[in-house]
Design a binder for this molecule. Structure first.
Ligand SMILES: [Zn+2]
Ligand SMILES: [Zn+2]
Length: 535
């Protein structure tokens, strides 16, 4: 028997749940060449995981290329850290993402000092560790490495490694990424990274994935954010809520993320305006520098990408002068204010919420998921006229507070299953980017509903997958072999351990103190008794 040739890939993830997206692909060819490709380089945004941004578990000088799926900080926010620590190779993304990315990375650089301070307070034992991860200079250096690619065109980014981006409705500029690892005379190993995705978008049509891709033998890395929610579970009510508010002449505050959501909300308002459904007395205002900048970028990009929707801003849209925010409700005419942030926890929203909340002719509308323990959630859960504490001050809830999940930019479970079933030959579906329970739920749903998927598992920090393509000298075709192995990544952040040790010490100290107190109390009681007897 002739000698077998083997080309190999190793797929791993550096994150567990929703944010901090980083997937590493290590490709080894028969001739011994090995390449490391990182897909996304995201920032951990959840408060409980934020310290993980400081983990140095990836050597930037060993990475040969980075591929970015889309412009969200949980997919891009650690790029400047990589560059600061020595990454010098290209960073690939779509042309559109390359245009929108810089402002968002600069905004993230601006927030570094606040984040570091928060972590120094939370982990005092290792306070020395928490300094700003990068600054605006690092962002500039990062942008110089960025390369914009066209949708649908295949680029050979490294010898034998080809990359193609396909339109994805998650966000303007987002892409599904096909990575084809082609070894000489061997059958290629193909990876398809969905990134965050949706199959519709208000600004453009999402075309089907081409048939040649759907026929490929694929390893698919698949997101799962809404992997336990069906489209029918999401109530569509935004327009109805607005119409009701208009009929009562309410002042309206709408919180929205700077990219995607804000433009979508403004486009909704424009469509209502075009149908004469917004009463004439209403003024429409927008606030939040990052959001406003993105509005203009959208106009410019849509001009060539999809001109039909480039004129999406409401007529007579006005920009709030930050000095005038406090006067926004001092108007005889009712107003709609669209502002960042989506969760109302950052940006101008922090100034607006107390004012609108205490106004009995106002509505506050959330346009995204309100996570537990956020201001958005507190506002929703509180009853009318209940007292709410914001930044140390107490306010009465007099406004109407509404929310909707209909503006999500993620595909729901039913859409995921339909999407997966369009592909003929998924050898392995690796699920990531979702809460743990949701990832498992999706894995079960795929097993039940997708007969063409050979193997399904969750991809997280605990395991890696080795994918072998084996062939004899004569035989070009063979089946893939996939093996799961424990990952060599450190599971805990050192700070977490330090925190536990500190807690232990604190507990011991507390117990000692308690025992001393009890002793003192007993002595006191004894003395009292004696005194009483003497009297
Ligand atoms: Zn994401
Ligand atoms: Zn995203």
């Amino acid at each position: 028997m002739s000698k077998r040739k083997v080309s190999k890939a190793c797929l791993s993830a550096y994150h567990n749940e929703v944010t901090g997206s980083r997937n590493l692909l290590e490709v080894s060819f028969v001739d011994g060449r090995t390449y490391h490709i990182l897909v996304d380089c995201g920032y951990f945004q959840e408060i409980e995981y934020r310290h993980l941004n400081y983990m140095d578990d990836l050597d930037p000088t060993k990475i040969d290329a980075i591929l970015v799926t889309h412009n969200h900080i949980d997919h891009t926010g650690l790029l400047p850290k990589m560059v600061k620590n020595g990454y010098r190779n290209p960073i690939y993304m779509t042309q559109i993402t390359k245009q929108i990315l810089p402002k968002f990375l600069k905004d993230s650089a601006d927030q570094q000092e606040d984040n570091a301070k928060y972590l120094r307070d939370k982990y005092p034992v290792e306070a020395w560790r928490f300094h700003p991860l990068y600054n605006e200079d690092d962002v500039e250096k990062t942008m110089r490495l960025c390369r914009g690619l066209n949708y649908g065109e295949t680029y050979e980014i490294l010898p034998g490694i080809k990359v193609t981006y396909f339109v994805n409705g998650h966000l303007l500029g987002a892409g599904f990424i096909l990575v084809q690892c082609e070894d000489h005379l061997m059958k290629p190993i193909n990876f398809f990274f969905t990134g965050d995705y949706k199959l519709t978008n208000p600004f453009f049509t999402v075309p089907d994935i081409p048939a040649w891709v759907r026929r490929l033998e694929l390893i698919m890395v698949h997101e799962s954010t809404y992997g336990n929610t069906n489209s029918k579970d999401i109530k569509v009510c935004f327009t109805q809520n607005l119409l009701e508010a208009f009929s009562k002449n309410l002042f309206i505050l709408i919180g929205a993320f700077a990219q995607g959501r804000m433009q979508e909300v403004l486009y909704d308002l424009r469509k209502l305006q075009d149908k004469n459904l917004i009463p004439e007395q209403y003024e429409i205002w927008v606030d939040g520098p990052l959001g406003i900048d993105t509005n203009y970028k959208y106009q410019k990009i849509l001009n060539w990408f999809n001109p039909e929707t480039s004129d999406f801003l409401p007529k007579n849209l006005q920009i709030v002068d930050p000095k005038q925010r406090n006067n926004i409700l001092n108007s005889a005419r009712p107003r709609i204010v669209v502002t960042t942030s989506g969760m109302l926890s950052n940006g101008p929203a922090r100034q607006y919420v107390p004012m609108f909340l205490e106004h009995n002719r106002a509505m506050i509308h959330l346009t995204g998921y309100a996570a537990e323990e956020t201001l958005a959630r507190t506002l929703l859960d509180a009853k009318r006229s209940e007292m709410i504490t914001i930044g140390g001050n107490v306010y009465h809830k007099r406004a109407v507070v509404k929310s909707t999940r209909e503006k999500t930019s993620h595909v729901t479970l039913d859409g995921m299953l339909d999407f997966i079933n369009q592909f003929d030959d998924i050898e392995f579906l690796a699920i990531n980017h979702g809460e743990e329970s949701v990832q498992n739920y999706l894995a079960c749903s795929v097993k039940e509903n997708c007969p063409d998927v050979e193997m399904v598992d969750v991809l997280n920090r605990q395991h890696v997958y080795y994918i072998y393509q084996m062939a004899t000298a004569q035989d070009r075709y063979s089946n893939l072999v996939i093996k799961k192995a424990p990952s060599k990544l450190e599971m805990d952040f050192p700070s977490e351990r330090a925190q536990q040790i500190m807690n232990k010490k604190e507990k011991q100290k507390y117990k000692k103190e308690k025992r001393r107190e009890e002793k003192r109390d007993r002595k006191k009681a004894k003395r009292k008794k004696k005194g009483k007897k003497r009297r």
